[in-house]
Design a protein around this ligand. Structure first.
Ligand code: SF4
Length: 210
């Protein structure tokens, strides 16, 4: 199959999965008494900590107006609160209340049926999928088609293919440990952006070492 045709087939599959995930996300949000955007804001805050409105809007890919309306609804429901930003007296941070954090914690990160399907894949397939998704996300980021994601490939702690062990060729300087493609992080709380040149070099090495 040509590369173009293969790319279209994969894009179609991703589109189907996206529909499934969106539908599952709506159901989970509705069960929690939230709109999908409110649920995304709440889980984002619970997992990543307090954030300014502009940061949240950029991270979630929504407009400032949508973010503002949804944040106000969360505050009105007692699930989030605004606090002064210690770094800037003119700014405020949105953070979950105890009730909001508990609600976010009870919401599934992903549908159980999908997690089971992925966990059931052979290790080599999971590794290839993680690597392929990371390279795809990085390319979309470079094209400014999606918000910046916290992936290994653009992290200052990531050193790809520095070990001879084919099962664990990469190194994370943050935890000082070797790891393999299956453990590549696509959303890491410890991510710190590498300088652009270094991130580009990491991506090249990750792609060319296949
Ligand atoms: S800190 Fe996280 S994103 Fe960075 S290299 Fe380590 S695992 Fe990857």
């Amino acid at each position: 199959m040509s590369a173009d045709r293969s790319a279209r087939q994969i894009a179609t599959a991703l589109s189907r999965l996206s529909l499934f995930l969106r539908s599952a996300g709506w159901q989970a949000a509705r069960a929690a008494g939230l709109t999908p955007t409110q649920a995304e804001i709440l889980t984002h805050l619970a997992r990543r900590g307090p954030a300014r409105g502009a940061e949240l809007a950029a991270a979630l890919g929504v407009t400032a107006a949508t973010l503002s309306d949804s944040a106000a609804a969360l505050v009105a429901k007692g699930l989030a609160e605004r606090r002064p930003d210690p770094a800037d007296a003119r700014a405020t941070l949105l953070r979950p209340t105890g009730e909001g954090a508990a609600l976010a914690g009870a919401m599934p990160e992903a549908p159980a049926v999908l997690l089971e399907a992925l966990a059931g894949l052979p290790q080599a397939d999971r590794a290839g999928l993680a690597r392929g998704l990371m390279l795809t996300i990085a390319a979309l980021q470079t094209a400014r088609a999606i918000p910046v994601q916290r992936i290994c490939a653009t992290c200052r702690y990531f050193r790809p293919h520095v070990h001879s062990d084919a099962e664990a060729p990469h190194h994370c300087d943050f935890v000082d440990a070797a790891f393999g493609d299956a453990a590549l992080r696509l959303d890491c709380g410890d991510h710190e952006a590498a300088p652009a040149e270094r991130a580009a070099a990491s991506l090249r090495r990750l792609r060319d070492a296949a």
